[in-house]
Design a protein around this ligand. Sequence first.
Ligand code: SAM
Length: 152
Amino acid sequence: MNRHEEIKNAYKSLGGEATFYDGMITCSTLTGKAVCKLVWNMDKRKNTRYLELALSGIPQGFGGRMLEVPVGTGVLTMPVYESLPDADVSCLDYSPDMMERAKRQAGKRGLKNVRFIQGDVGKLPFPDGSFDLVLSLNGFHAFQDKEAASNI
Ligand SMILES: C[S@@+](CC[C@H](N)C(=O)[O-])C[C@H]1O[C@@H](n2cnc3c(N)ncnc32)[C@H](O)[C@@H]1O
């Protein structure tokens, strides 16, 4: 199995219902809190602070073109996009399973300004200058070709 297949398969098991993944990344379920503590030494307060800092680069009321990569299940960012109805948001991820959940979350929230693209961060299918802002959370460790990913 090559590295791309490994990544796809690793997230496949988490993307379907994704309650484990979402609980872990938001430090909110019992198992999620345990993983947060053991792996990242974070409690809910630290986790929330980290997220606030990471999202603080998005200007309030942002209405430009934005790329999020990797979007994963969208658990961290779909609520953000609900508050940015004028933004034009493209979400990309390698795993269709993870993104399926993000699409469902966007659908539930009635988001019309968010689209989803399956792809590789190292081979983005957009011309240079397509976006005003790029958001990337919790993904760099998973990117196979880090050099290509850092050229965004
Ligand atoms: C830990 S998750 C982070 C997802 C989301 N940003 C979050 O914070 O919940 C890592 C994600 O990176 C995606 N990924 C791994 N390699 C990728 C690549 N080469 N291109 C795009 N996405 C990739 C995985 O499919 C997975 O959804």
